[in-house]
Design a protein around this ligand. Structure first.
Ligand SMILES: [Zn+2]
Ligand SMILES: [Zn+2]
Length: 283
């Protein structure tokens, strides 16, 4: 299945800001641990993995994808500083234990945008209509469309409550403006999931929202036996934000913060999230 973007500009934009078009294997935990203490001037086996990681989430700027080496250069130092600043940890420009903790934390697959608080990359990717339909198009049947409908309905309501947007489930057998489903690692959109990614979604007016079927998913992570699973609704609220045009926030409490964890709920929009959607879709 080939990607068809409406314009070349949009394609280039997506590649740069939203989803990187190349495969990156998930970080190998031991080799990342071995990097602790590395700093500018060092050459350490495995540094290329940190470069790839920072590149795939929008911090390390590099022309070509296949020449990441193990040298700790100036660009890596400045990328690390930007990353540490985003995470709110000490900005050391070295690979310290907090940085390692960061790169090993599961997250959303969409790159971070390097501005403070709420962001929308470019500011111009938004839906031109205010009534949007959605549908479930699973590739892997983790839940049936009927099972997942209440969680998604609630996730859409969070955004509808604070914006002029209206959402309705598309009629049976009809493809909605926003299409949501569970997918395996490789799922034909050129953006295979890395192990540490819960989901990803595309900017308007694309509408694709993909959950990573390799995680355990739940409708209530606080229920007995469910705390190692990931909350469908929390991730839904976050990824719907992307489908509406929002990027990541560096406000840790915001729904649009890129990192998340199994066993918790983060379903309520914060002031930061609300400011973002209101700026993009004024009443
Ligand atoms: Zn995200
Ligand atoms: Zn995908």
């Amino acid at each position: 299945m080939a990607d068809k973007f409406p314009t070349q500009l949009f394609g280039a934009f997506l590649m740069f800001f939203v989803l990187q078009p190349f495969v990156i294997k998930s970080l190998e935990f031991e080799s990342v641990q071995n990097l602790e203490g590395a700093q500018k001037g060092d050459v350490v086996n495995g540094l290329n993995q940190i470069k790839k990681y920072l590149h795939s989430y929008g911090y390390y700027h590099h022309d070509t994808e296949d020449t990441f080496d193990d040298r700790f250069d100036d660009s890596l130092e400045s990328a690390l500083k930007a990353y540490q600043d985003y995470l709110g940890i000490d900005v050391t420009g070295k690979i310290d234990s907090d940085t390692i903790k960061g790169v090993l934390t599961p997250r959303c697959g969409v790159p971070d945008h390097l501005v403070s608080n709420y962001s929308f990359p470019g500011g111009k990717y938004k839906w031109t209509k205010s009534s949007l339909s959605w549908s479930v198009q699973n590739s892997v049947n983790v839940f049936t469309p009927d099972e997942i409908t209440p969680a998604l309905t609630a996730a859409f309501k969070s955004w509808a409550d604070v914006s002029p947007l209206k959402f309705a489930k598309a009629g049976k057998g009809t493809k909605g403006d926003i299409t949501i489903g569970f997918f395996p690692r490789d799922h034909g959109d050129g953006n295979p999931f890395k192990a540490g990614e819960f989901a990803h979604a595309y900017l308007p007016e694309d509408g694709r929202l993909h959950y990573n079927a390799n995680w355990g998913w739940t409708f209530d992570p606080t229920a007995k036996g469910e705390k190692r699973k990931v909350d469908v609704q929390s991730i839904g609220v976050h990824e719907i934000g992307h489908t509406l045009g929002l990027g990541h926030s560096d406000d840790k409490s915001a729904v649009m913060y890129p990192y998340f964890a199994p066993g918790i709920k983060k379903r309520d929009l914060t002031d930061d999230d609300k400011k973002g959607i209101k700026a993009l879709y004024p009443k």
